[in-house]
Ligand binder design. Structure first.
Ligand code: SF4
Length: 196
């Protein structure tokens, strides 16, 4: 895609600051970056506000534009409703990824970005191939391309933990939604705190 600009514009979906550290560090030299904070999946509201506050802190520190959206948990509830009895990693999460990618692609399209991607591939619990497949499908409906990157490569997860310490970013032990919070509580009961 020819833009006439020196760098392509990339919109990165984020729903927590720790996972944003690695893509902002790795992609900054190649792209003109902005972050979209869209977290209808985050539960409860207080957790959403804490994650947003850290996202603001990180973007301010790194000088990256942050686009914020309203907190609309009903959007997430509708999107995963047929799958709410399924566990983390199932179709429930694929529906959640799709919802967040569609909103990211929509805003990227409206604001003349060239590409969009997600921070989710930093997590050891997220399959990058699954995310890539959904990202490419979503991109077909918008005038933006999906940038497929597997951020957990090159020790990405451990780097995100290190950066979180350096930047004093709070980490959580659950993915974000009410269902994953329940699952995390069950894990804690079985084996103590589980680091994501
Ligand atoms: S576990 Fe994470 S990816 Fe899966 S539905 Fe919940 S918030 Fe979405």
């Amino acid at each position: 895609m020819s833009t006439g600009r020196s760098k392509q514009r990339l919109l990165i979906h984020a729903c927590c600051a720790p996972c944003s550290t690695v893509p902002l560090e790795r992609l900054d030299s190649e792209y003109d970056l902005a972050v979209l904070f869209y977290g209808p999946n985050i539960h409860p509201r207080g957790e959403y506000q804490l994650r947003l506050a850290d996202q603001r802190k990180l973007c301010r520190r790194l000088g990256v534009e942050l686009i914020e959206t309203e907190y609309r948990p009903a959007e997430w509830g509708r999107s995963i409703a047929p799958f709410r009895n399924l566990p983390e990693g199932s179709q429930r999460c694929r529906a959640c990824f799709r919802l967040r990618m569609e909103q990211t692609a929509r805003i990227a399209d409206q604001r003349n970005f060239d590409l969009f991607t997600v921070t989710l591939t930093v997590s050891r619990h997220k399959n990058s191939k699954v995310l890539e497949t959904i990202g490419r499908q979503v991109a077909e409906d918008f005038r933006v391309a999906y940038l497929a990157v597997d951020l957990k490569k090159k020790n990405g997860y451990n780097v995100s933990v290190q950066r979180s310490l350096e930047f004093e970013l709070r980490r959580q032990d659950y993915c974000g939604c009410s269902l994953s919070l329940t699952e995390a509580i069950q894990r804690r009961r079985k084996s103590g705190t589980v680091e994501r």
